[in-house]
Write a protein that binds this ligand. Sequence first.
Ligand SMILES: Cc1cc2nc3c(=O)[nH]c(=O)nc-3n(C[C@H](O)[C@H](O)[C@H](O)COP(=O)(O)OP(=O)(O)OC[C@H]3O[C@@H](n4cnc5c(N)ncnc54)[C@H](O)[C@@H]3O)c2cc1C
Length: 593
Amino acid sequence: MTIETINLPDIGNVDEVEIIEVLVEAGDTVEAEDSLITLESDKATMEIPAPAAGTITEMLVGMGDKVSTGTPIAKYEPAAGGDAAPADEPKDESGEESKEEARATGASSSPAPAAAAATDAEADVACDLCVLGSGPGGYTAAFRAADLGKKVVLIERFPVIGGVCLNVGCIPSKALLHVSEVLNETRSMGDHGVTFAEPEIDLDKLRGFKDQTIKKLTGGLEALAKQRKVQIVRGYGRFVDPHHVAVTDEDGNETLVRFDNAIIAAGSQPVKLPFIPHDDPRVMDSTDALELEEIPGRMLVIGGGIIGLEMAQVYDALGADISIVELADTIIPGADKDLTRPLLKILKKRYQDIFLGAKVTNVEAKDDGLHVTFEGKNTPETAVYDRILVAVGRAPNGKKIDAEKAGVAVDERGFIAADERMRTNVEHIHAIGDVVGQPMLAHKAVHEGKVAAEVICGLPSAFTPMGIPSVAYTDPEVAWAGKTEEELKAEGVDYEKGAFPWAASGRSLSLGRDEGLTKALFCKETHRLLGAGIVGPNAGELVAEAMLAVEMGADMADIGLTIHPHPTLSETLGFAAEMAEGTITDLLPPKKR
Ligand SMILES: Cc1cc2nc3c(=O)[nH]c(=O)nc-3n(C[C@H](O)[C@H](O)[C@H](O)COP(=O)(O)OP(=O)(O)OC[C@H]3O[C@@H](n4cnc5c(N)ncnc54)[C@H](O)[C@@H]3O)c2cc1C
């Protein structure tokens, strides 16, 4: 019979924490992760789990005792095999099951797999926290935990940290979109009496500008990691058991990392379609498209969502003939149609075709081009394109990291469910960012990363935003924050709308633009802002005020009475509130109050 001592694991920067509950006694059998005692500090209540299945032979602490990291709390006899299996239903401090807290993000809770037996190999690196994936979620979590005193290892398969966002997502796409906006704007200046010559485009230089932008940011991240003593381990990471990740580098060398806590921040990758020859270099995903290999003649973008439309805008401005095919009957499904309508009207004039409610059923790669077969409204039966961009969504990387060996449940699509403290079904393993679910956005990943790091460090943090803003950096931009009108309708919420057309905005007209709209959605009873949507130049910047107003519980009077500078586009949110209040003077009020 082997008797082992259970010592209090690292509970963060807190000393002498009081035991407020003892949940087991000598003779009890426990499963791995079953709670043994409950501690209460001034910051948080936390349950201390059993490290593995076994039988408690002696409790070494009692109620009211003060304990610190390393205090022996119980003796136990590990079960035969000693496998650490994940608890089926870890409990939070309120006693509720974490599953019930799992947020509606797209991930569905799946049965917890049995974890692999603990490896007896000696670890090369040991840490308090291991973060798998260095995207915006991963590096934020790693940096925050390091600032809170943890020894952190950050694992990344690519040579450069920063993930999709910095390397092949938000940042490079925005660098190119900036160029496309300048091109479009200078072309439109002819209508205002200023004509520029057609620009000469040096693709190598343009690519260089994009790459330099990325380099400045990723270089900065490396320096920040170094300053915080976050150890970056490069290579592909896979779980070995609930406390180890094996990282294999390009040369096949393996580093075994032992951790007390882990955060899965493995992100996502573009979805591939089975009937498309993805290995043909003329078929691109967003990563390929950002490489700007050439400007094609005819280009088909499959998917009329944000990523598809942004890349279409870049290639259109550079001279490609763009066609878009989208399964839904609208572009940017998820946004309210009154916001996407002005954009659609402009794109219809700019692009060769926009097929809505239609799909591609086959693509054949031939010497003279990519032969595409369509199905749906107003589509040709077939058409030939020089290049295709497939932008039909992103799939989470949850199934590619052997999460089951750690006992972490991954659903059939590859999502890992996490509760509002970003905990998976395994108490000491958290998950954040794209791998957790929709919306797959960098700012969601960042905030989730902070919550996960703080929870691991014993802080009472939770991810409970009133909304997550979305922005399409198209021209015009489309942005929304809080609830959309469609969501309010579907939820049966009684709401009032104030909508201000930018045709009445002096600032918008001075930019030569009149298609914009700002709408604000208020609770009919409380007048609080529930959501807002904006279409027009700079909508992405403007929507931040609406998001703050939603978070702060501002009502229509708060927003309407806030003095916005004149003449700005920011005034339009104040005007939208005044439209709802009936106090607008720049237009006729729809009702008077
Ligand atoms: C073209 C494009 C434009 C976008 N524009 C925007 C935008 O404007 N605004 C916005 O908010 N979002 C945008 N996004 C989405 C945004 O990039 C993602 O939501 C965000 O990067 C997700 O962050 P993350 O930390 O979850 O994961 P990721 O950024 O995907 O990072 C995950 C990291 O984990 C690494 N990794 C995965 N598995 C392993 C493993 N087993 N071992 C080691 N390393 C591993 C990956 O290499 C990657 O570096 C865009 C995406 C694309 C593709």
